[in-house]
Design a protein around this ligand. Structure first.
Ligand SMILES: Cc1ncc(COP(=O)(O)O)c(C=O)c1O
Length: 476
């Protein structure tokens, strides 16, 4: 389907006209920024010159000249019968998804919708943040460029975010990493010895479990804190665990959020059991309906280690994450990190610092888009009899309960219809079971997800109609 932007919408996106540059240059640069930021998608048809001049109150020559500049620079082309269409110079690069499995490291074929990935497109302000970061670079390029703990201004901005959320933090407690996963891997190396029992709620984010495995720890599964807190207490007591990996803020894949009381109780259990809590806050900022009321886990458990990321709030391609640790553990984690890499790229650190200072968290625009996308996938509840979901107030996925042991069969049927899904078993701590569950991320745009929902509903009909014995579906 061809997408187009109306003159009115384009005027809103462009915002008020700034002074100091000719009108055509302001218009061309504004549209270029919108393309670069992904707010005007590759292939979107621009309003006609006549429509736009009426809306912006500029002359026809201004619009003609601006469109001409965009064409010259490769940001637009004239298409016979369609007017002017914006484009990304060189065309869009197909994005690699969240690498849950080696198979998904391969580029996805055209037309296939990859729902193995729960990471959205970049925040609208990213391109501007990069431009500002480039302007800051001269202060850095005279030096060597190694910042194994992070560029000071980013460490300060991250610490300030914790202070704003009610957790006193000084920049010395922050280590900037190349993404949250690398942060977690450094933490595991620093706090665990070979064969130490380490507890993880199941289901879990699979890449963290793999990182834990690779650190030599003995992974022990526990129920979700939000389902069975007493069960978790029992596992902590029996396992003699040294560490517990937790995701209190929009757990991936379930979207569950720990209440104030659950946070306090888990903190007490960690204290009593001598367990180091490692808190993955990668999803913490992805609230859609309302922000999380409870404070970050570090407010309840001051001894815990927190890992965060810019991936879901700003863009996964930045590859910037961080660790916030008690002062006493910063040295050990920094040393473990140096066994893997010597620091994150400076330009990306400056861009994230810029975004944290100017935008704080997820943009309103991204939040609206994700809410529409979530709505598109919630339509599956009406179309797939027996599917149940607890609608999460944030995060990036719906975690569906299916009426039979049919997750793997559904993944195969959906793939035949052009949608890639990860089976429930992928999120099991031991890689088995969870056949009654499927995760559907809503990080892609609404239109694509409506198409994906149609294909998934058809795939489900295929699975539900398979003759008995040739599939694993058994009605509950
Ligand atoms: C819960 C969780 N932790 C960590 C990560 C990895 O984050 P990063 O891209 O910052 O390494 C992800 C990415 O999907 C995630 O969902």
């Amino acid at each position: 389907m061809e997408s187009r932007v109306s003159a009115r919408r384009l005027a809103v996106l462009l915002g008020p006209r700034g002074g100091g540059v000719p009108a055509y240059s302001w218009l061309a640069d504004g549209i270029r920024q919108l393309v670069a930021d992904g707010r005007l998608l590759h292939g979107t048809r621009l309003p006609s010159e006549r429509e736009l001049l009426g809306e912006l109150g500029v002359s026809r020559t201004t619009v003609t000249r601006a469109y001409g500049v965009l064409r010259e620079r490769g940001y637009a082309s004239a298409v016979q019968g369609s007017g002017t269409v914006v484009q990304v110079p060189g065309g869009p690069v197909a994005g690699g998804g969240e690498p849950l499995e080696l198979a998904s490291l391969q580029p996805t074929a055209d037309g296939v919708v990859d729902l193995t990935c729960a990471a959205p497109a970049a925040t609208p302000g990213l391109n501007r943040a990069y431009e500002r970061a480039v302007q800051r670079m001269p202060s850095f390029i005279a030096g060597a460029g190694y910042f194994p703990l992070g560029v000071p201004e980013l460490r300060e901005a991250i610490a300030q975010r914790y202070v704003d959320r009610g957790v006193p933090t000084d920049p010395d407690q922050i280590i900037v990493t190349t993404g949250a996963l690398a942060g977690l891997a450094a933490v595991f190396r620093a706090v665990l010895h070979r064969a130490d029992p380490a507890i993880v709620e199941s289901p879990a984010y699979p890449n963290s479990v793999r990182a834990l495995d690779h650190s030599g720890a003995r992974v022990v599964g526990a129920p979700l804190v939000t389902d069975d807190l007493d069960g978790v207490a029992g596992v902590i007591r029996r396992a003699g665990a040294r560490m517990m990996l937790a995701m209190p803020d929009f757990h991936n894949p379930t979207g569950a959020v720990w209440s104030d009381e659950q946070r306090a109780r888990v903190a007490a259990m960690w204290r009593a059991g001598g367990v180091t809590g490692v808190v993955d806050e990668t999803m913490a900022d992805t609230w859609l309906d309302r922000p999380i009321e409870a404070r970050p886990m570090a407010a309840y458990a001051p001894g815990c280690i927190t890992v965060g990321s810019a991936a879901k709030t700003f863009w996964a391609g930045l590859r910037i994450g961080w660790v916030r640790a008690p002062h006493a553990l910063v040295g050990a984690i920094a040393r473990a990190r140096l066994s893997m890499d010597l620091g994150a790229p400076v330009l990306e650190q400056l861009a994230v610092g810029q975004l944290l200072r100017t935008q704080g968290g997820l943009s309103d625009e991204s939040r609206r888009g994700l809410t529409d996308s979530r709505h598109a996938l919630l339509g599956l509840a009406d179309r797939c009899p027996g599917w149940r979901v607890e609608v999460p107030t944030g995060g990036l996925s719906l975690w569906w309960h299916l009426p039979g042991d049919s997750s793997t069969a559904l993944v195969a049927a959906a793939e035949r219809r052009g949608v890639l899904l990860a089976p429930g078993s992928l999120f099991a701590v031991d890689g088995r079971g969870l056949e009654r569950w499927i995760r559907t991320p809503y990080a892609l745009d609404e239109m694509t997800l409506r198409r994906a929902a149609d294909a998934i509903a058809d795939a489900w009909a295929d699975v539900a109609h398979l003759p008995r014995g040739s599939e694993t579906l058994r009605q509950a």
